[in-house]
Ligand binder design. Structure first.
Ligand SMILES: O=C(O)CCC(=O)C(=O)O
Ligand SMILES: [Fe+2]
Length: 224
């Protein structure tokens, strides 16, 4: 059995890119281990920057996820340059490499050339500890309807991707693992989605994160 496990363990069966719904594409294992470690290091730099990790307060309740933003600071339901609900400091800029990363992510998910004009001007980097979740929501505080590019690092999570009309069924649960890319744009851009749970201790040893999960979403705000 041990041998079969080594040959056909979950980690070794290739997971192919898949379109869950028109505009919603999951590309498993898109980031190399080296890229994952490098992004985890950048995340640590951001959290040591002008605005620390913080829990946004949604309808009076702090989210269990803690977030640091680049480019624009997000709070429900608006973007500002300064983190007015944290310490008033201006957030770090979106680095050029992140725009290139977003473009190649779209090329990978939707085909060569799909990312040519994509210019994300904000990134929300979320940290999930063992118990953190994110309820079903739409990403709709952006004026632009350009795709959202999502990158996962560290522990695996159960991600729920639903429909544009309701928080409820139909939806599909997928596992997002360290290195996975998920893109939602086009007809799926306003689909409800959320993180049902994190699976502690599932991060690969070489991803640079011992505990917890990081998710980075790149977006175009459409603001100037
Ligand atoms: O953590 C995730 O995979 C999703 C994050 C998300 O939906 C958000 O930041 O709006
Ligand atoms: Fe979201």
């Amino acid at each position: 059995m041990a041998v079969v496990g080594e040959l056909f363990g979950d980690d070794l069966v290739p997971r192919e890119p898949r379109e869950l719904a028109p505009g919603a594409v999951h590309v498993p294992g898109w980031l190399s281990a080296h890229q994952q470690r490098w992004l985890v290091d950048r995340f640590r730099e951001w959290t040591a920057g002008p605005v620390p990790l913080h829990s946004s307060v949604v309808r009076g309740h702090p989210m269990s996820v803690r977030t640091v933003c680049l480019g624009w600071h997000w709070r429900p339901y608006q973007y500002t340059r300064e983190a007015v609900d944290v310490n008033g400091n201006r957030v770090l800029d979106v680095p050029d490499w992140m725009v290139r990363l977003g473009r190649s992510a779209l090329d990978a998910a939707r085909g060569p050339g799909a990312g040519t004009t994509y210019t994300p001007d904000t990134a929300l980097a979320n940290f999930y500890d063992d118990d953190a979740t994110m309820g079903m929501h739409q990403d709709k505080d952006e004026r632009s309807r350009a795709p959202v590019v999502s990158l996962s690092l560290g522990d695996t999570c159960r991600f729920r991707f639903g429909n544009t009309q309701t928080r409820t069924r139909p939806y599909e649960d997928v596992e997002l693992r360290s290195g996975d890319l998920f893109v939602f744009g086009g007809p799926a851009r306003l689909a409800y989605h959320g993180v049902m749970r994190v699976f502690p201790g599932t991060a690969p040893a070489d991803c640079g994160l011992d505990r917890g999960r990081i998710n980075i979403t790149l977006r175009e705000t459409g603001l100037s």
